[in-house]
Design a protein around this ligand. Structure first.
Ligand code: ATP
Ligand code: MG
Length: 509
């Protein structure tokens, strides 16, 4: 064992370790402690990727770590101390996480050690880490002659370096046991494999299959964080397919599982599941945001429950899948503890993802209404979701002409009033000119005016709206409400007809 360990301690490797990190390790060593860079940062440096955060492991205990630095805070229940450097050059360097060596502890609940035991030996700490590529430690020995580089010794007690070279995720020790201790490791394996484009070693992979059910015990927000990282990787399609192959989808978003094998109509080359994956992959290729990727993931989740065979068309239909999808999305995201804000935005994008079809026929007033519904801050993301949807269908990219046309329509209407707050009159003014007192009627009047202005933005002058207010004020509440609603309904029906005609023409649902 001693001999094997020695062989794995290579000297004089140089690394571009940021000064902010080297200083933390150095400070601990000057106080007589050991300090090693460990985990994802070592893995990423060796791969030439930018680390997301920096971890140091040490034989100092939390109190000793805290006493060594001017600005620290307790990070978690595992003894981790955040060492703060407000002046750091990069966000990822503002906090360096320092954790005492830990022993592999007993886990009774498949997610948390019963108690945390510190150790005096680095070897113990490496043994309790999840994967071989995450269990490589670096000891800084010296500054290199080359600027910005440090000399270091690599400690690789398992097969970390080899597995990094061959692109393999392999559990440290007995995989079933390790996943049983902390089932989140199951998703970490898939997430890290997806991010790095690695494969999962055979025994580790089959252990995932055997222990997957333990994910039920993991806090939804931890599952969400790993899942979002799969979506945010360069290859979410590969990651989602891996989740499917390993039987993990039902512990993440079970509703997505129902999309597998659901065939679509003639416009589609793929089943709903593959269509969704291809759409999300396009968002990744475009490096689009979290929000766009989530909405794209969920956009057709209402299809499996709304699919009906149409004798007339001799094909499948999915009427109302956008509305059904928005409801399913709300539930799935709430379960995963997404924030209210994220849920609201995603749901809006899912709800209205069917909007843009043909600029020749979609009227400006319809575009105003959609901007009003999704909000001006979300309209461009809605366009992106639609582009992903189209690519995911297997059809060619939209013509640049048509895209430009959409864009110019949106830009044009964005200058027009698209909510009551943008009308040239407000509630107070209405009350002044009409003598009405505060109440729901003011709201009905404002909405009726907005409907008019959607049709013709030129109507939005205070002179015009003052006149309109006088007229509308004479109507009873009920009539006013009815008039507003029926105007809206008529227009919506008209628009729906136009949209239906377009969809028919393009064979889309
Ligand atoms: P990234 O920083 O890119 O998210 P990472 O592997 O560094 O990836 P962290 O959450 O920063 O992930 O964890 C740092 C290190 O702590 C890991 O590399 C691994 O050695 C160890 N680790 C993290 N989570 C676990 C776990 N659930 N079980 C065992 N070891 C873990
Ligand atoms: Mg990390």
């Amino acid at each position: 064992m001693e001999k094997e360990k020695k062989e794995n301690r290579e000297a004089n490797v140089t690394f571009a370790i940021p000064n902010e990190v080297a200083v933390v390790a150095n400070t601990l060593e000057k106080k007589g402690f050991e300090a090693y860079l460990i985990g994802g940062c070592v893995r990423d440096m060796i791969l030439g990727r930018k680390p997301k955060d920096w971890d140091i492991t040490t034989n100092a205990n939390p109190d000793q770590i805290i006493a060594s630095f001017p600005n620290t805070f307790y990070e978690n229940e595992y003894g981790t101390v955040g060492v703060v450097n407000e002046e750091a050059s990069d966000e990822t360097l503002k906090v360096v996480e320092v954790t005492p060596y830990r022993l592999e502890e007993k886990y009774s609940d498949n997610r948390r050690p019963d108690k945390v035991i510190f150790s005096g030996k680095i070897d113990d700490d490496l043994k309790r880490r999840d994967f071989t590529i995450n269990a490589i430690a670096l000891k800084i020995t010296d500054k290199s002659d080359k600027k910005g580089l440090y000399k270091a010794i690599i400690i690789d007690l398992f097969t970390g370096i080899k597995d990094l070279k061959t692109g393999v995720i392999k559990a440290v020790g007995e995989p079933t046991e390790r996943f049983g201790e902390d089932a989140l490791r199951i998703l970490r394996a898939v997430r890290i494999a997806t991010e790095l484009g690695f494969s999962i070693e055979k025994e580790t992979e089959s252990s995932i299959g055997m222990t997957a059910e333990l994910l039920k015990k993991i806090a939804p927000e931890r599952i969400r964080d790993e899942f979002v990282r799969i979506l945010m990787s360069d290859n979410p399609m590969t990651g989602l397919n891996l989740c499917r192959k390993l039987g993990l989808i039902k512990y993440i978003v079970p509703e997505l599982e129902t999309a597998i094998g659901v065939d679509q109509n003639q416009a589609h080359s793929y089943d709903v599941w593959e269509h969704i994956l291809r759409s999300v992959q396009h968002a990744a290729e475009k490096k689009w945001s979290n929000d766009v990727r989530l909405a794209t993931l969920f956009h057709d989740i209402g299809k499996p429950v709304t699919r009906e065979w149409s004798k007339e068309k001799n094909d499948w239909t999915f009427h109302g899948h956008d509305l059904a999808g928005s409801r399913i999305t709300t539930k799935a995201m709430a379960r995963l503890r997404f924030s209210k804000k994220e849920i609201e935005k995603t749901v809006k994008l899912v709800r209205w993802h069917m909007f843009f079809s043909d600029t020749e026929q979609i009227t400006l007033s319809a575009v105003r209404r959609i901007v009003n519904r999704v909000g001006p801050e979300n309209i461009w993301d809605l366009m992106k979701v639609r582009m992903c949807d189209r690519i995911g269908t297997g059809r060619p990219k939209e013509s640049p002409y048509r895209l430009r046309k959409y864009q110019s329509m949106i830009e044009e209407v964005m200058r027009d009033p698209i909510s009551v707050s943008m009308l040239a009159i407000d509630g107070a003014e209405i009350m002044k000119v009409t003598g009405l007192s505060p109440g729901p009627k003011i709201g009905y009047i404002l909405n009726a005016m907005l409907e008019e202005v959607f049709e013709d933005p030129k109507q939005n002058t205070s002179e015009n709206l003052n006149k309109m207010a006088m007229m509308l004020a004479k109507m009873t509440d009920t009539d006013l409400k009815k008039a507003g609603e029926s105007a809206k309904e008529n227009r919506e029906k008209k628009e729906q007809k136009e949209i239906d005609a377009i969809r028919k023409k393009y064979w889309v649902q």
